[in-house]
Each structure stands twice: as C-alpha cells, then as structure tokens.
Design a protein around this ligand. Structure first.
Ligand code: NAD
Length: 361
C-alpha cells in the first residue's frame, strides 16, 4: 500500500524526465568531463557528486569540512564504481587551494559557503570572507584554468518581495549579510565575464531539501530540524504564525539545474536563474505534511503540534520562484513536488535514526 506521501496529491506532477535533460545525461556518459565541486562534503555538493559519478564523470571535490562532513562523501562513494573522485581538503579563502583543485577541470560547480541567514547576522565578517572572498578566489582560479563556473546564489537576494512569484529581474533589498554576499557574488560574476571573458551562470536556489541535509546545529534548515525534533519527540519551533511561505525544491532538481547550466549554450551564459519548484508552501502546511509522513513510521507522532515563537530578524514572509526563465533558457523542468520529495527524504531520515539507535555515535 502507498504511504500518504506517495499517494497522488493535487500538487503532484507525473512528468517524465524532460528530453533535454535525458539527452544531456546521454551526452555526458558518452563524453565524460572533469568537474570541480566546491563544498562537496555538504548537502548539495554531495548530491552533485552522486549525480556526476552515476554518469561516469571525473570529479574533484574541494571542502574544508566546516559545515559539511566526510560522512556525506563516504555515503556517496559507498558501493559506487562509476567515474573517479579526488578529494582536496582545502579552503576557498586560499587562492592556492582553489588553483590546486581546479587544475585540468572543465566545469566548476561552486557550492562552498557559510550558507545561513542567521549565521551571517551573528558573524557578518566570517560570512563575507567565505561567501565573497572565497568566491573571488574561485572565479580567479577558474579564469586562469579556462573553466566555466556554475555557482550557487540564493533566493535571499529578493528580500521582501512585493510581488510573488519573483522573477530574476526584480531583485529586492537585501535583508541579511548573507543576502548581500550572494548578490555581490552575482555582480562579481558578471564583471568577471565582461572583463576577463569568464563563463558563469548563477543559480538562485530557493529552499533546497533532501537526504543528507544536516539536521544538527543552531543553523539547521527547517525540514531536517523538524524531522529530527519529531523523531526525538522534542518540540518543533515555528518562527512566526506559520503562514510564512517558501518554495521547497528537492535536491535532485538542483542537480538537474546545475548540469543543464554546465552545458548551456553560450547565449545563456552570464545570467542568473531561479531554481525552485514554482509552488508556495506555508510552514503550517509543511509541518502537517512532515507529521503525516512520519506518522506512517511512528503512529504516535500524528498528534504532535508545533510551538510558535517570535519571527526571526531577516526572515522573508513569502517566497516562491518564477521559473519560466530557467525553463525557457536552460530546459529546466522540476521533477519532484514537495510531497514526493518529502517521501524520499523522510525515508532517509527515518533509516538514519534507526541506524543511530542500533549503532549510537
Ligand atoms: P552545506 O553547509 O551543506 O554545504 C556547504 C559546504 O561548503 C560544506 O561542506 C562546507 O564544509 C563547505 N565550506 C564552507 N566554507 C568553506 C570554505 N571556506 N572552503 C571550502 N569549503 C567550505 O550547505 P548547502 O545547503 O549544501 O548549500 C550549498 C550552496 O547552496 C551554498 O552556497 C548555499 O549558500 C546555497 N544555497 C543553499 C540553499 C539551501 O536551501 N540548502 C538555498 C539557497 C542557496
């Protein structure tokens, strides 16, 4: 029998993998390339590694293991024989480390960052040093190596948008140092294109979720934080009234967007693109979906209620992506609805929790 999260819902898509993406995957298998993933030990970086190794690609990974972990890389490498992987433990704040990692690379998928709004409010200088200073090192090393750079920007650049869904040409006022860093990166990427001919594409990720997203620490994202809290029978905190909305995008769709950008025509280069699902989900709806999904594993969770706390500074009220530009120019077509993506992610978190029960860390 299908679990509630696997049952078709009104928002569930049943779309086959788009032809553009299928062709791209075939082309990569036929003609493998060499890639650098910065932030490879993180949530998105390790998912990109998994996707590329499955296509038989050569991959170099750079990470200083600050917010990421070796476990993420080991999890991907386990039992996988396709492709080849070299890990450079290093820091994007060092130009030498970036140069060492980038030698011989065709495409850089830049993910390394201090990736949190609250973290950047607590320590704006550290955020800037990694998110802007480190990014400039990656651009410089890529220019010298003649590699294309596809980099992670963020929906945070939209600030509090007066109109949703947000489209790429309507950047709002930055509400946090993190948003300012990501917007600055986009400006630098355009300058590196104009001045030095570097090929860059920026991807403004909305709220990415999926397996291996870290549930621990003060800066954990909402989905893993709530899943972990529910599984431990601890309170789930909602900041605000729960009617704050987000566009939750499964990480497999972020992988798709990165690969499409990596091979996109030159006419698509030098631009930024929204990467989201294109649907708005409130935190209250999200909580109910997670609770329903977990209740399939632990029945007593079905009565759990969230605890409402004050709004956090720098938080945006509504956020949803207009993805028409990415559709048109990159051939991007999200494959996972929030419900489908949650089904996959929750299975993983539950399996991890059971594993920890058997083998406590
Ligand atoms: P993550 O924390 O899981 O991954 C970031 C990785 O970068 C980690 O492995 C970390 O160790 C590494 N790193 C940090 N500082 C470094 C440094 N100085 N040198 C080398 N490596 C360093 O975060 P994520 O969620 O995978 O985010 C990936 C990218 O996507 C980030 O650029 C983030 O800003 C962006 N983004 C993420 C989301 C999201 O919802 N996850 C949304 C918008 C944008």
């Amino acid at each position: 029998m299908l679990s509630p999260l696997q049952r078709p819902s009104p928002v569930m898509r049943d779309s086959p993998t788009p032809a553009v993406y299928l062709r791209l995957r075939d082309d990569l298998i036929a003609t493998p390339r060499t890639w650098l993933i910065t932030g490879v030990a993180g949530f998105v970086g390790s998912s990109l590694l998994e996707g590329l190794l499955d296509l038989g690609q050569q991959v170099v990974g750079l990470d200083n293991l600050s917010t990421g972990s070796r476990d993420n890389i080991d999890d991907v490498l386990q039992g996988r024989s396709g492709g080849a992987f070299r890990f450079v433990e290093g820091d994007i704040r060092s130009l030498d480390d970036c140069r060492e990692a980038i030698a011989g690379v065709d495409v850089v998928l830049h993910q390394a960052a201090l990736p949190s709004v609250p973290m950047s409010i607590d320590d704006p200088l550290a955020s800037h040093a990694v998110n802007v200073g480190g990014f400039l090192n990656v651009l410089s090393a890529a220019r010298d190596a003649n590699a294309r750079v596809v980099y992670a920007s963020s929906s945070a650049v939209y600030g509090e948008a007066s109109l949703v869904p947000v489209s790429e040409d309507r950047v709002g006022e930055a509400l946090s140092p993190y948003a300012a860093d990501k917007r600055t990166d986009e400006i630098y990427a355009q300058v590196w294109g104009r001045q030095y001919g570097l090929q860059t594409i920026g991807l403004r990720y909305f709220n990415v979720f999926g397996r291996r997203q870290d549930p621990n620490g003060a800066y954990a994202a909402v989905i893993p934080r709530w899943v972990e809290a529910l599984l431990r029978d601890e309170p789930c905190y909602v900041y605000g009234d729960g009617e704050t909305t987000r566009d939750f995008c499964h990480v497999s769709d972020v992988v798709q967007a990165n690969l499409l950008a990596a091979v996109a025509a030159d006419s698509a280069v030098g631009e930024v693109y929204n990467v989201g699902c294109g649907t708005e989900t409130s935190l209250n709806e999200l909580f109910r979906m997670i609770r329903l999904g977990l209740a399939g594993h632990e029945a007593e969770l079905s009565s759990h209620e969230p605890v409402y706390e004050a709004f956090r500074p720098g938080d945006i009220r509504r956020s949803v992506a207009d993805i028409s530009k990415a559709r048109r120019r990159l051939g991007f077509e999200p494959q996972m609805t929030v419900a489908e993506g949650l089904g996959e992610a929750l299975e993983w978190y539950v399996a991890q929790a059971r594993e920890t029960e058997v083998n406590p860390r």
